[in-house]
Ligand binder design. Structure first.
Ligand SMILES: Cc1cc2nc3c(=O)[nH]c(=O)nc-3n(C[C@H](O)[C@H](O)[C@H](O)COP(=O)(O)O)c2cc1C
Length: 186
């Protein structure tokens, strides 16, 4: 496997899949940072952090479904969304995935998780025209996670801005994702 084929640059938003000590799979959107090193900065109050701490493994799933970003940010994905690749969980809808071995540097709120590629696969190379609606869902979802954590109304105003872009430019999947996001904010 050549890690450069997967296109990580700057911060790439992926869905991280991990397993708990008891073997339960979990999924959550996480940014993978590539600046010469490859790492993630993960809040210590998340399930993803607890799982990586225990198993030292994380899979980056490259996904183009906006609804999966929203659902995995706010709820436990149903088991049927996962399949096992040897000992690691992968999302069934991933266009590509990379399994990493993780080493952790703990900081008070966010740990730096250094990522060493173990193996991976590109399943589908589909052409994706840039869609502002898709990008707007991702931005709105980040602000929604911040709103739920901090309750600062400035995040709600930002979400409204992105909602307008989804209305104008999004396809059906983006509109469904935005509708779902609003439900999680209620
Ligand atoms: C696009 C996107 C990127 C995110 N990136 C990160 C990240 O890099 N680190 C992090 O700790 N949380 C990040 N989050 C927030 C987590 O996904 C969120 O806290 C999630 O609920 C954690 O789920 P878990 O408790 O199942 O791990 C991101 C959210 C979104 C929508």
């Amino acid at each position: 496997m050549n890690i450069h084929e997967f296109g990580f640059r700057g911060t790439s938003e992926i869905i991280a899949t991990t397993t708990s000590k008891s073997g339960k799979p979990n999924a959550a959107p996480i940014g993978i940072i590539s600046d010469g090193n490859l790492y993630a900065r993960i809040y210590t109050n998340t399930q993803t952090y607890a799982n990586v701490k225990t198993t030292k493994k994380l899979v980056a799933n490259i996904v183009d479904d906006p609804l999966l970003f929203v659902l995995s940010a706010f709820m436990e994905l149903p088991l049927e969304e996962f399949r096992m690749e040897d000992d690691v969980p992968v999302l069934k809808d991933a266009k590509a995935w990379v399994a990493f071995e993780c080493s952790m540097e703990d900081h008070p709120e966010r740990a730096t998780v250094n990522l060493r590629p173990l193996r991976g696969k590109i399943i589908q190379r589909s052409i994706q025209p840039v869609n502002r609606g898709f990008n707007a869902v991702i931005e709105a979802t980040i602000h929604a996670t911040r709103y739920l954590a901090m309750k600062d109304p400035k995040y709600l105003r930002r979400i409204e801005h992105y909602e307008e872009i989804v209305r104008e430019c999004g396809g059906r999947r983006e509109k469904d994702a935005m509708r779902k996001l609003k439900e999680f904010l209620k």
